[in-house]
Ligand binder design. Structure first.
Ligand SMILES: Cc1ncc(C[n+]2csc(CCOP(=O)(O)OP(=O)(O)O)c2C)c(N)n1
Length: 365
């Protein structure tokens, strides 16, 4: 038997459309109308402004630890744009812009990071799961939802996003495999931001790309420039269309960079150089899209300033709403453990309430 290299039917493609100066590859440029382009831009700026505000709030003791996303705006707004209302999203914990695009309020995003259950409750009519903090625990839920869609003959798709570190979790590999075996309509987005806390991508896997892992599960992988919103939209739209048409899953690796600390409890200077960060600063996804929109005549200096001001106001309103809802209710920890509280837990709850001088089930203010 002769020796040969196997020709596999699945492949890994690489995609970028905008260069760092905002010039688009004409053959690949998607046709998006001006209103939608401006909406995309506004959401990227909103994501950035909210992130900056959240860091300040955390430093002032007004917000708990959270995972900043500066640098990953094109990735998250790009992958969420092709998703329709009836589709499902099983989100990453580092994508508040995508959540807000889906219909979550700014106040809810903030409440989540202060430990309020309301921050984990999807708004009425929003087909999203809450954020999962255990790394890699959620893509398997997306696969299950996708399998359910097939059983019900639904034409919807499910998108899930997770980090490069998550791809080392067994559950994620099971999610990849079951989605392939059952032809589930899942779009897997790996936000490869180069680090899992302090662990660089090179120590996460020996594979040259994350995208190529799809091949082993029997479907295509795409490595996309995650700082290029047009490429993210095109790649995700193709994966969504394929899934909706019964073509099964796709794995998209969004190649990007986490510009900030892993969470507000981390100091990235301990494990990466300023020089490396400066190199990625030049690839800023917002500046790149801004240049593209200015070249097209869709944006100018005045509208850039207006967008920023407008978004700052929206964030301010969100923070005010959050502050009103932020009423500490520590006894709630007992209420959310079981549908009906057990006698033992009720005893503990009573003991806790009396220890803080409250004798009934009134909220603790
Ligand atoms: C099961 C589990 N193990 C460990 C942790 C602690 N932890 C939180 S985030 C993180 C790194 C995740 O990196 P990655 O998947 O690349 O996503 P990123 O945070 O970079 O977006 C770890 C180890 C956790 N939350 N859950």
């Amino acid at each position: 038997m002769p020796k040969s290299t196997l020709k596999l039917s699945n492949q890994v493609t690489e995609l970028s459309i905008l260069d760092v100066d905002g010039n688009a590859d004409a053959a690949l440029e998607p046709q998006i109308d001006n209103d939608e382009l401006l909406k995309l831009y506004r959401f990227m700026v909103l994501t950035r402004v909210l992130d900056e505000r959240m860091i300040r709030m955390q430093r002032q003791g007004k917000l708990g630890t959270f995972a900043p996303c500066r640098g990953q705006e094109a990735t998250q707004i790009g992958y969420i744009q092709p998703i329709q209302k009836d589709d499902w999203v099983v989100p990453s914990y580092r994508a508040p812009g995508a959540q807000i695009w889906r219909g979550w309020s700014i106040a809810q995003v903030l409440l989540f990071w202060n430990g309020y259950e309301l921050g984990a409750r999807p708004p009425e009519g929003v087909n999203d799961l809450p954020i999962a903090i255990p790394v890699g625990s959620h893509p398997i839920l997306a696969t299950g939802i996708g399998m359910g869609m097939n059983l019900r003959n639904e034409k919807n798709v499910v998108l899930t996003a997770f980090g490069d570190g998550a791809t080392s979790e067994g559950d994620v590999l099971e999610a990849f495999n079951f989605a392939g075996v059952y032809g589930a309509p899942v779009v897997f987005i790996c936000e490869n931001n180069q680090y899992a806390i302090s662990l660089p991508r090179a120590k996460q896997t020996r594979a040259e790309t994350i995208a190529q892992k799809a091949i082993a599960f029997g479907y295509d992988g795409v490595k996309v420039d995650g700082n290029d919103i047009l490429a993210m939209i095109v790649a995700t739209q193709a994966a969504v269309d394929k899934a909706r048409d019964g073509g099964g899953p796709t794995l998209i690796e969004a190649y990007t960079y986490r510009m900030e600390m892993h969470t507000t409890a981390d100091d990235p200077k301990k494990y990466r150089s300023d020089e490396e960060v400066r190199e990625w600063e030049k690839k800023c996804p917002i500046l790149r899209f801004e240049k593209y929109l200015m070249n097209k005549g869709v944006l100018n200096q005045a509208s850039i300033q207006d967008t920023r001001k407008n978004v700052e106001q929206e964030v301010r309103r969100g923070v005010e709403e959050f502050e009103k809802l932020c009423v500490p209710q520590p006894e709630k920890i007992f209420d959310y453990t079981f549908a009906t509280i057990t006698p033992e837990l009720q005893e503990q709850k009573d003991e806790f309430l009396s220890s803080i001088g409250v004798n009934d089930n009134q909220p603790v203010h």
